[in-house]
Design a protein around this ligand. Structure first.
Ligand code: ATP
Length: 327
């Protein structure tokens, strides 16, 4: 591989807090190593359209604290086709771009692997998704912020729950991964937590709610991940409990997209800064097809193909802690 003189950066898939901090880090690291940097708008969609912008160290002033992504994000059907990827490659060549940093989730990384197989184009991935469902890093960008947003919201809901002696079902994001539900549930002192990884059964939930009534609690919070395995949505769950435990008056709150927005936490800003530096340094060092991540507070890299394939594991000890806390 020749010397890397020009690096492109994009954000792809769902946005997450910390993406701007990662863009800033990539741009400034490029400037530090005297490489040119180009931003690609709207992920692979913008790559196919040739929607690029030159970025200098000063282009990324005052964005470290901003949620969302200044480069916008998108999902691109066309990039899933050979023709779409051919157009993307032509634009990279036209612009003399030597390598690319993709900030996104596992779908974006799958696209990166396919593209690299076809064109041998150097790519490094930075995991940006609030779900924390990517193998090869203990934290994805945005997860910590989303967790804090969820805990803050649940704290507020608890005020109403306890004032009215009510039961609240709070749905948090996490279609395939219960990281937010489990950690926000423990952090906000939920009486029960339902996650996609574990089919804990509805009887267990009823038992747990009965237990908390017997223990003298007048209000309860059940945190449900949107992909919970019970097969019922959060409204069905509330109805089921009201039918089986008539002493409870249940309410539902779906936190939704507010969990994806907002100013990134300090943790996410620092993580983004570290991962951006590593991503650019790996490319300059001639490496490719890696995802940067965090393990034991060290920045590490994993083959992107491994990061996509590898499953995530939920911390069962946390579920046990949650059980003990509801005593
Ligand atoms: P999130 O975790 O927020 O969903 P993501 O990166 O997983 O983020 P996806 O929509 O799954 O989001 O993927 C982003 C884009 O990656 C897709 O819109 C598509 O352009 C590209 N992509 C995904 N899978 C493939 C594939 N098999 N081949 C080519 N491109 C792909």
């Amino acid at each position: 591989m020749g010397k890397i003189k020009k690096i492109a950066v994009m954000t792809s898939g769902g946005d997450s807090p910390g993406m701007n901090a990662a863009i800033r880090s990539v741009v400034r690291t490029c400037a530090y190593y005297r490489a040119n940097c180009v931003g690609i708008y709207r992920g692979y969609e913008g790559l196919i359209d040739g929607d690029f912008i030159e970025l200098t160290a000063r282009s990324v002033n005052n964005i470290i604290n901003k949620g969302g992504t200044i480069l916008k994000s998108a999902r691109s059907k066309e990039f899933r086709t050979k023709e779409g990827r051919a157009k993307a490659y032509e634009h990279l060549k036209e612009q003399n771009i030597d390598a690319m940093v993709v900030i996104g989730g596992d779908g974006s990384f799958t696209g990166a692997v396919v593209f690299n197989e076809e064109y041998k184009f150097p790519i490094i991935g930075i995991p940006g998704t609030i779900d924390n469902d990517i193998f090869g890093t203990t934290h994805t960008l945005g997860y910590d912020t989303a967790l804090n947003t969820a805990v803050e919201a649940i704290d507020k809901i608890r005020d109403t729950a306890s004032s009215h002696n009510r039961l609240f079902f709070v749905e948090v994001m996490g279609r395939d991964a219960g990281f937010i539900a489990l950690n926000a549930g423990v952090g906000a002192g939920a009486e029960e937590i339902l996650i996609p990884e574990e089919d804990l059964g509805l009887d267990r939930m009823l038992e747990s709610l009965k237990k908390s009534r017997r223990a003298g609690k007048s209000s309860s919070i059940v945190v449900v991940a949107e992909g919970d395995k019970s097969g019922r949505n959060v409204y069905d769950l509330a109805k089921y409990v009201e039918e089986n435990l008539p002493e409870y008056e249940a309410r539902v709150s779906v936190l939704g997209h507010m969990q994806r927005g907002g100013s990134p936490s300090c943790f996410d800003r620092v993580l983004a800064s570290r991962l951006g530096v590593k991503a650019v340094e790996l490319l300059i060092d001639g490496q490719t097809n890696l995802m940067v991540g965090l393990k034991n507070n060290e920045v590490i890299s994993t083959e992107i193909s491994e990061a996509i394939k590898g499953g995530h594991t939920i911390n069962m000890e946390l579920l046990r802690v949650s059980d003990i806390m509801t005593t």
